[in-house]
Design a binder for this molecule. Structure first.
Ligand code: SF4
Length: 169
């Protein structure tokens, strides 16, 4: 898996102060995507163990001030990104069980819950921003998403109640 960047002390992508990892690879190709360079899975740099440790060490150092980890892209649920991210998140959760994990996906909740591979990654996270960016429904006032069709989903509650429970409207 490649990544295009890491934003430390990010206050835009999720609640609170976060560390955001932008991975490469996306199969959705939404019209007017803000970040089309990252569609290519080879864009950016390899996400090596050294990079993983850099992120983990940052959390160790600033444990109290960072609320959690955000995974964006590209698409973190791009097929080749799933296994490396599952591995990394498991390591992350072992060390920081109280931090939350937010993830963005071009797939909808309904597609994800019917696909075991996608679910293996999503079920390790806390909040999902789902669905493709739709230029017809673009709204600059929305929090954490670009268009009205996208939802901010509470993953644990949605799995428990077997229906979409929104984290915010
Ligand atoms: S899912 Fe995201 S990264 Fe992929 S094309 Fe759509 S807006 Fe761009």
């Amino acid at each position: 898996m490649n990544y295009s960047g890491i934003k430390y002390t990010d206050m835009i992508n999720g609640e609170g102060i976060r560390v955001s990892l932008f991975v490469s690879g996306c199969s959705h190709h939404c019209k007017d995507c803000f970040n089309s360079d990252t569609w290519d899975p080879n864009y950016g740099s390899p996400f090596t163990e050294e990079v993983e440790n850099e992120i983990l060490n940052y959390f160790k150092k600033y444990d109290k001030s960072i609320k959690g980890l955000s995974l964006l892209g590209g698409d973190p649920t791009y097929i080749d990104n799933i296994d490396p991210l599952v591995k990394f998140i498991k390591k992350f959760k072992d060390l920081f069980p109280n931090k939350d994990i937010w993830i963005w996906s071009g797939f909808t909740w309904e597609i994800i819950i019917n696909n075991q591979k996608l679910l293996s990654l999503i079920e390790l996270c806390d909040v999902l921003v789902d669905g493709k960016f739709n230029i017809q429904e673009k709204d600059l006032n929305l929090k954490w998403r670009g268009s009205m069709n996208q939802r901010v989903v509470d993953i644990k509650k949605s799995l428990e109640l077997k229906k979409v429970v929104k984290y915010i409207d």
